[in-house]
Ligand binder design. Structure first.
Ligand SMILES: [Zn+2]
Length: 187
């Protein structure tokens, strides 16, 4: 599993979704409570890595560190935090051809890096790529009042508002709808 510095969108998306599995975002309920849930999460995100019994706690640790990076709003602080994550898993950096044959800077994990180190590398490269291409203002808190999630907005227009658009966007819509109904005096 390699990570391309120029192709940050998928890795930044993985970083966002990983931090938003944390119990703090789900009123105490961890969305990665066991190795089966972690394996399903990785498969969903196209990360072909086997999950061992020792990996879960280490991934939770990476997730917490990644959250503190996504909580930063200062470019230097984001870059420093992401670089520390990358350092956990990195083996080599070099130019390699991507699937279209273009030469791209590519990070390869250490051959002996465990799952959490490889995930940290991938997420860290996603954060660094997004920071460089889009800037620190794309690191945001979820706009839903009832959600403590965070996200990196890699959309072209840059107007994303929610950490989990399907869920938090709808929650906010439902809340606004109910508030309008209440103000009209209907149940
Ligand atoms: Zn949210």
């Amino acid at each position: 599993m390699q990570a391309l510095f120029d192709d940050y969108v998928a890795a930044a998306g993985l970083a966002t979704e990983l931090v938003n599995t944390a119990p703090g975002v789900w009123h105490g309920e961890d969305q990665l409570p066991d190795t089966a849930a972690l394996a399903a999460f990785l498969a969903e995100h196209g990360v072909a890595l086997r999950v061992g019994a020792d990996d879960l706690a280490a991934v939770h640790d990476v997730r917490a560190r990644l959250r503190s990076v996504l909580d930063e709003r200062d470019a230097d602080a984001i870059a420093a935090g992401a670089a520390a994550l990358v350092a956990r898993g990195i083996g080599t950096v070099g130019l390699e051809a991507d699937e279209r044959g273009r030469q791209q800077w590519c990070a390869q994990p250490r051959p002996d890096a465990a799952l959490a180190g490889r995930l940290a590398l991938l997420a860290g490269v996603g954060v660094l790529g997004a920071l460089r291409a889009l800037g620190p203002e794309r690191f945001r808190d979820c706009a839903s009042d009832t959600c403590s999630g965070v996200f990196i907005d890699t959309s072209r227009p840059g107007r994303r508002r929610y950490c989990m658009p399907d869920l938090c966007g709808n929650r906010a819509n439902v809340a606004a709808y109910r508030a309008r109904q209440r103000s009209r005096g209907t149940p």
